[in-house]
Design a protein around this ligand. Structure first.
Ligand code: BG6
Length: 482
């Protein structure tokens, strides 16, 4: 049995296009829905827009040099659909695709394997205006057009493809991840969450099919937001609630990717509550014929569930968010009366944004997923959102981030020791970036980006303490975590 990380284990980190690139309207790029959503959250909450983000568009060579210095052998990033096809379909934007050619070539020149994500929340705004973006089934065809072009373009350089980022999180937090018009936000339209997800399942199956058809030796899988779920107590009712939550929040996605079917308990619940997606003839065949090769896991925090009776006192509600960054400010928990209610785990400490810190959860989910599906796994996100302080002499002492990552890497190692096939560890994030719900003051990177929510300054790059620590971890292939 293996007792350490495999020799060709991929070490790196991740980002997504709209969260790092900036240059939102440069060189022919047009808006994505994230440019619009983030403009709005700047006005509402004062969080930075996506216009500059971490300005990686202008700093990518510098960033890759720093990644190389850390010893990265992989970098996971996403392609901005509206940079390549500003209108979603039609004419390719030559300068836009050239950016990704240059980025990928620079990575390869530096011995860093590009792991591409095709879609990370940033639907071209032109498609939102045309038919509502993911609210309309026409998007599946347009996504195919885009994905075919990208996969074909990079088929000789990119072997590992991740498809659609975090479908599970899009269902939960749809207004931060998808542009949803005001009139659909009153709770009567919640079926659309699962309808969008069904269209994404079709698009993701098509992406897997295209990788298998076009890329010699290519592999494809979905990057899924995945948390293991514990019962609040050992009362049988809480344990059943945990199983229900597992079905609707996790298995509903992984069963599609690996079995080509919707999880039965979850689907029955959705049907009983008028939330089930409309499925057309041929949809399930497409999904069944194009199963994933691996699962890419985005894990930050474990979750906890308890029983919730269906006695008329509670209604269906979706996951809460902490916008303030003050512990305890989360505005509620997902509730499905008669099925489960999510709750705080009294056993675990949390980040300032109320995300439970739980390295053992990582080990648990790796072993559980591998036991159930027997497919290779990758970590494509994992990290600690925190307030970092830049000292007067230009340093960032982020020992809390080192602690967090150390615990999670050790958990990966224990899972490998128990036989799990883990291919890569790419935490969030290579450089600081624009958070999806909390602006730029919530930082994740190994590399500090000198900017604030109000002022993009010059986005200077500064190595944090975690940069040097991760460098040592990689150089010892995960043996030295001190
Ligand atoms: C994942 C997303 O859900 O979590 C990332 O794939 C995101 O895009 C990350 O940035 C952390 O979440 P947040 O809300 O702190 O940005």
């Amino acid at each position: 049995m293996r007792k350490s990380f495999p020799d060709h284990f991929l070490w790196g980190a991740s980002t997504s296009a709209y969260q790092v690139e900036g240059a939102a309207y440069e060189d022919g790029k047009k808006a994505s829905q994230q440019d619009i959503i983030n403009k709005d959250s700047y006005q509402t909450f004062g969080f930075a827009t996506a216009e500059v983000a971490s300005d990686q568009y202008h700093h990518f060579k510098e960033d890759i040099a720093l990644m190389k210095e850390m010893g990265f052998t992989a970098y996971r990033f996403s392609i901005a659909w509206s940079r390549v096809f500003p209108d979603g379909v039609g004419e390719v934007n030559e300068k836009g695709i050239q950016y990704y050619r240059d980025l990928i070539d620079e990575l390869i020149r530096n011995g860093i394997e590009p792991i591409v994500t095709l879609y990370h929340y940033d639907c071209p705004w032109a498609l939102v205006e045309k038919y509502g973006g993911w609210l309309d089934r026409r998007i599946v065809k347009d996504f195919e057009y885009y994905a075919r072009y990208i996969i074909n373009e990079f088929k000789d350089k990119v072997k590992i493809w991740t498809t659609i980022n975090e479908q599970s999180i899009i269902v939960q937090y749809w207004i931060q991840k998808c542009y949803i018009p005001e009139e659909l936000l009153d709770g009567k339209h919640d079926q659309l969450r699962y309808q969008i997800n069904h269209y994404m399942n079709l698009a993701q199956a098509i992406a897997v099919k295209l990788v298998h058809e076009l890329v010699p030796g290519g592999i494809a899988g979905a990057p899924l937001g995945y948390s293991c779920i514990y019962p609040l107590t050992s009362r049988p009712e809480d344990v059943m609630a945990m199983q229900n939550a597992q079905a609707l929040r996790n298995d509903y996605y992984t069963d599609i990717y690996f079995k080509g079917e919707y999880n039965k308990a979850a689907m029955i619940y959705l049907e009983e509550h008028g939330l089930a997606p409309k499925i057309e003839e041929g949809d399930m065949e497409l999904i069944r014929e194009n199963l994933s090769d691996f699962l890419a896991i985005n894990y930050y925090a474990s979750e906890c569930a308890k029983w919730c009776p269906d006695d008329g006192t509670q209604q269906i509600r979706w996951s809460g968010v902490n916008r303030s960054g003050k512990k305890g400010d989360i505005d509620g928990f997902e509730t499905h009366p008669g099925f489960y209610q999510m709750c705080k785990n009294p056993e675990l400490d949390t980040t300032d944004w109320d995300w439970a810190i739980d390295p053992i959860g990582m080990e648990y989910l790796l072993r559980d997923l591998y036991n159930r599906y027997n497919k290779p796994l990758m970590i494509t996100e994992n990290g600690l959102g925190a307030y970092d302080v830049l000292t007067k002499d230009g340093q960032v002492h982020d020992d809390y981030r080192i602690d967090y990552l150390r615990g999670h890497i050790a958990a990966c190692k224990r899972a490998i020791d128990k036989g799990v096939e883990l291919l890569a560890y790419c935490p969030w994030s290579a450089v600081d970036l624009l958070s999806t719900s909390n602006g730029v003051k919530k930082r994740y990177g190994f590399i500090y980006i000198d900017r604030t929510d109000d002022d993009p300054k010059d986005c200077a790059r500064i190595r944090k303490d975690s940069f040097y620590w991760y460098q040592k971890v990689i150089s010892t292939n995960g043996e030295d975590l001190t």
